[in-house]
Design a protein around this ligand. Structure first.
Ligand code: BGC
Length: 461
């Protein structure tokens, strides 16, 4: 038999999944998302309920991660459980997280812990949340409490998940709580989140000097509808600059770019306040210049006709599956940060309830990660969103990102084909031709440049 080709990843590459507390734990009514549900904002009318039941039984699902030979797992801590009322710490909540982290470590899975993944205790929200600069101190106090309590079990922290998305959907688009549509407020929230990250970074650094500390941003590709149209190109650029690069650039330098710097004060000590860049990448949108759309910055976004798509979700948010975007984003982040820190893919995934696009999509995205690594981009890990189906914010259970399917009624689990495929990749630390041929032969050509027919002749001989 001819020698099998393979894309091998660096030794010590981190392979795992990513998740968040509110989406998985269940049984929590003390944060703003629970209130948001009660106010009837979930498009499906559902409530989070038991979610994936992790507060009681996360370990059950960690078992799947172990079976897939993952060596990392990203989860978040729920501030609203740890400090249910201002200044009151719940030691039982900390004990529960200790048990989860210990369980992971026993399985040789490195815990990667996010300190803020969209949710906050109601008392913090009622004080104005991150729209108020003076509230940052509450977050820092919580961060210190966590690190003092858990530093022996975790040395890889993500301070904030996607501050850019959090600010835009909560304060500009109004589809996430607090449901505002206020540009100035959006900008202040962005700035305050950056300050919160920087202060959290130095607080953790002083408590645990060897820890890896960073944050992750949500990156999307914005491409012009018509490549040769200068108007489409500049409309796409504007979207990309604002969504993708404003926060990164501010985090790198401490200063927001013009014109945002007219409204936003610089954040001292921001430059240098990270040990890695966390990258969450899902999709791309096409942009057409539209003089009638000032609210969308004169750029109408849409999904390319003929694109391979995610299940779209109730408000059509989940668009194109575009593997090359992974490579392009990795290269751009690397260039824009002048290669100053390693990169981790802290989220990437697909909403595909029947799992007929995920295997190929996952393989092709990983091939793009590999390509970037070959070209010198220091990517150190890949965390797939997500291990088990979970409660997808304002879409409820209507989109399914899990490698493992869940029936929320019965809490039964059913691993999708992608789960066994991902397990094989993690075990091999490589994408082999054999794995591709078995799970998504139609991707042989894009990944190895071999046609499906040629491959069957090779393996048969
Ligand atoms: C968020 C996750 C979410 C995922 C899929 C990311 O922006 O961090 O919490 O479930 O996208 O929508």
């Amino acid at each position: 038999m001819a020698k099998q080709r393979g894309l091998r990843f660096p030794n010590d590459f981190l392979w795992g999944t990513a998740s968040s507390s509110y989406q998985c734990e269940g049984g929590n009514t003390n944060n703003q998302w629970s209130r948001w549900e009660q106010q009837g904002h979930i498009l499906s009318g559902e409530t989070c309920g038991d979610a994936a039941n992790w507060w009681r039984e996360a370990e059950h699902d960690f078992n799947f991660a172990e079976q897939m030979e993952n060596n990392a797992l990203r989860l978040s801590l729920e501030w609203s459980r740890i400090e249910p009322r201002e200044g009151q710490w719940d030691s039982a909540a900390i004990d529960r997280y200790r048990a989860m982290l210990l369980d992971l470590r026993r399985r040789h899975i490195k815990p990667i812990v996010t300190l803020h993944h969209f949710t906050e205790p109601l008392w913090f929200v009622d004080r104005g949340g991150f729209a108020q600069q003076k509230n940052i101190r509450y977050f820092i106090r919580y961060v210190r409490h966590i690190v003092e309590s858990l530093y022996d079990l975790c040395d890889f922290w993500i301070t904030l998940n996607e501050p850019n998305l959090y600010a835009i959907v909560g304060y500009q688009l109004g589809t996430f709580p607090p449901g505002e549509q206020n540009t100035l407020r959006t900008l202040h929230v962005l700035r305050n989140l950056l300050q919160a990250h920087v202060e959290a970074f130095y607080a953790i650094r002083s408590l645990q000097p060897d820890a890896q500390i960073g944050y992750c941003l949500h990156y999307r590709l914005f491409d012009p509808a018509f490549f040769f149209s200068p108007l489409d190109r500049s409309a796409a650029n504007v979207q990309s600059e604002i969504f993708n690069w404003t926060m990164l650039q501010a985090a790198e330098s401490g200063r927001f770019a013009f014109p945002f710097n007219l409204a936003l004060a610089a954040v001292p000590h921001a430059a240098g306040a990270r040990d890695y860049h966390g990258i969450n990448y899902y999709t791309r949108e096409m942009v057409r210049f539209d003089p009638g759309a000032p609210a969308e910055l004169f750029g109408r976004r849409f999904v390319r006709r003929g694109a391979v798509r995610n299940d779209p979700g109730l408000d059509n948010t989940f668009g194109e599956i575009y593997p090359e975007g992974m490579y392009r984003i990795l290269k751009m982040v690397y260039q824009r940060t002048r290669g100053n820190k390693p990169l981790y893919i802290t989220e990437n995934g697909f909403s595909d309830s029947v799992d007929d696009r995920r295997p190929r999509a996952l393989l092709e995205h990983l091939a793009m990660v590999h390509r970037a690594i070959q070209e010198g981009v220091p990517v150190r890990g890949y965390l797939h969103w997500t291990l088990v189906d979970n409660f997808e914010w304002n879409q409820g259970w209507q989109v399914r990102f899990g490698l493992i399917e869940i029936d929320p009624e019965t809490q039964e689990r059913l691993p999708r084909r992608s789960a066994s495929m991902y397990g094989e990749i993690c075990r091999a630390n490589a994408i082999t031709e054999e794995i591709v041929a078995r799970y998504a032969p139609e991707a042989l050509e894009s990944i190895f440049g071999v046609s499906q027919d040629a491959q069957s002749t090779v393996t048969a001989s």
